[in-house]
Design a protein around this ligand. Sequence first.
Ligand code: AHR
Length: 495
Amino acid sequence: QKETTILSIKKAEKPVVIDKNIYGHFAEHLGRCIYGGFFVGDTSKIPNTRGVRNDIIAALKELKIPNLRWPGGCFADTYHWKDGVGPQEKRPTIVNTWWGGVTEDNSFGTHDFLNLCEELGAQPYLSGNVGSGTVQELADWVQYTNFSGKSPMSDLRKANGRTEPWKVKFWGIGNEAWGCGGNMTPEYYAGEYRKFATFMSDWENTGGLTRIASGANGSDYNWTEVLMKNIPLNMLGGVGVHHYAVINWSKKGDAVDFNEDGYFKTMTSALKMEEYVTKHAAIMDKYDPEKKVAMMVDEWGAWYEVQQGTNPGFLYQQNTMRDAVLAGSTLNIFNNHADRVRMANLAQCVNVLQAVILTDKAKMILTPTYHIMKMYRVHQDAELLPIDFKSPEYTFEGKTLPAISASASKDKSGLVHISLVNIDAKKENKIEIDLAELGLKNVTATILTSKKLQDYNSFDKPNAIEPKEFKGFKNAKGKLEVSIPAFSVVVLEGK
Ligand code: AHR
């Protein structure tokens, strides 16, 4: 058996750009994502801008986050946006029925979210309420956020302190309509979608609203088929897909205390993304061969048991090297399918599921997944370079997974980036990149790895896992030989 894998990177015949929105995030009114996470209120001692923590803003700017999805998730189909605008003392309290049954005082609302997106330089992605909301309510939200002329909703916005519209482009029409969004059949939802979408006028010249259908759960290909068949393409900007990496929904396993069996199962579930994206894309191709409609994987990430002693409805979990490897592999899948996948949203941004940021009172830490997002930001809006290679296998108890995942791109300045993940829990893998066609020189590299897969950044040791310079490669006669350590992620850069 040959020990070295040959990887050849070609110039694409037909250029495909990796949409920066693949590097999107998600913030739901769930647990400590918004309240006690992003939002501490403007009277907090924690330095903040209009109530949002400055350290979180700075960390997300560093990631160049392109978009942020809000307010859910399942919460979105219970959310009535008018509850969250206007004077605080007049805002009603509601119960967050999906997430812990906690009381929500609506102190973080539309203005807070859209102003935050402006501050971050990120596009807002609003999830509209279809399950328990009305067509009028969603149409009003569009008018409220996007119309600059005189109208009932723009007058209300102005009365609430904001003159200029925000011009929100991305609009989800419901969330998980097959489940928490209303337990609908795809046929019924397609009808609802058409009705809601009709009244969401493009109030401003946003270049057209991107209306996004609530998509399939993992391998539910019938869902995508029915939506593509029944919704006119000119009403459809994107179709969602949700897939969480989970060992078993009834026994999800601990986020930190896991063995190789748990790791292998998590990665098996995560790498299913390749098959799901490929098959949903094939269905979309049938109805939309020109690929006008985007696939938007607007929820993805790892889902474990909540950290012991925390509220089971708050979905708080730690984040280890397993999550970093998972994020690197998944982002490579999205990059390689950039012709169709044009948005993705990691669930979720702060303190929930596979978070990039965790907070504990005034403290904040960046997780290994954060560092992957930072290392991969170089792919945003760069041209995809197709890769051809056959991965070696990662074998565990007779079962196998591809050990290496890779994607490559060339940015506007001509810099080439190659992101490589070795998921093998025990074995280093060697690859050889043929540089002839790219003519790469002056290669440098960064690595994220650690001693143990179970390692993580804690509030006591916030920098235990950080990207480091990587020297495990050499240029030998036009070939770049790279030795990728077990469970590590490497990004190479060259010109
Ligand atoms: O991200 C947590 C939840 O997972 C979301 O609210 C829902 O859409 C999905 O089931």
